[in-house]
Design a protein around this ligand. Structure first.
Ligand SMILES: Nc1ncnc2c1ncn2[C@@H]1O[C@H](COP(=O)(O)OP(=O)(O)OP(=O)(O)O)[C@@H](O)[C@H]1O
Ligand SMILES: [Mg+2]
Length: 226
């Protein structure tokens, strides 16, 4: 079942001489439960595409159906709600709040959530244990190693139980062993039913995925399915 359907997307930044066509007629469907890699050279439009998928950014032209609903007419508030309800984000530099504890960092998405959450504490403890960082619960973010940071970032991305996890270079700041660990965690989340889309430069990361698309100059250039 298709849960994401992007049809003829264009994204333009700026205007006049400084205009950049970041996406140039991209169409893409993603199935529920799929693990998809997006590869391509720097500046080819990967993050732009991921941000549009995650309702952080809007296409200039094109249609977006999410769970068969057209979201083209959604305003900023509706987009923000959708973003918080449906997506979990993991980024390369982790974007943790340094002066917050691990627990407080993972609390962030729950504090915005409109879902009725029986016990936020239980939810946080569940992901802390799932990611093997329970003993770091009260440690300040600035005291964590890179690998621990990425685990906290993943915990924060999944605490709200999103349908879709979007990861932009999730292993880009990690050494190869930590990268493997993080990919193992994402693969396990995929086995549990999460749909996962990963932007990466690393062919090893893509090898964990069911399908890889290659973006070049804002277009889908190549598609590989394993
Ligand atoms: N907010 C913005 N304003 C203006 N131009 C932008 C903006 N965001 C991206 N671009 C431009 O759009 C193009 C695509 O950028 P994007 O960040 O999507 O590439 P990318 O494939 O993610 O690159 P990288 O691998 O370096 O992260 C680039 O030319 C970039 O400079
Ligand atoms: Mg990028």
């Amino acid at each position: 079942m298709n849960i994401i359907n992007l049809i003829d997307l264009h994204k333009t930044y700026g205007s006049g001489e400084s205009q950049v066509n970041a996406l140039n007629d991209v169409s893409l469907s993603v199935d529920k439960g799929e693990m998809l890699a997006i590869m391509g050279p720097s500046g080819s439009g990967k993050s732009t595409l991921l941000n549009i998928i995650g309702c952080i950014d809007k296409p200039t032209i094109g249609k977006y159906l999410l769970f068969d609903r057209s979201i083209d007419g959604y305003n900023d508030i509706e987009r923000a709600e959708l973003r918080n309800e449906v997506f979990g984000f993991v980024v390369q530099d982790f974007s943790l709040v340094e002066r917050y504890s691990v627990y407080k960092n993972i609390m962030i998405p729950l504090s915005y959530s409109k879902k009725i959450i029986k016990s936020k504490k239980d939810k946080i403890e569940k992901v802390l244990s799932q990611l093997g960082i329970m003993e770091k619960k009260n440690v300040m973010a600035f005291n964590l190693s890179m690998g621990q940071r990425q685990r906290v970032a993943i915990a924060r991305a999944i605490v709200n139980d999103p349908d879709i996890i979007l990861a932009d270079e999730p292993t880009g700041s990690l050494d190869s062993n930590m990268g493997k660990e993080v990919m193992g965690i994402l693969k396990e989340l995929n086995r549990e039913g999460k749909t996962i889309i990963i932007v990466t430069h690393d062919i090893n990361v893509a090898s964990y995925c069911h399908r890889t698309i290659q973006i070049k100059d804002g277009k889908v250039d190549l598609e590989l399915t394993v």
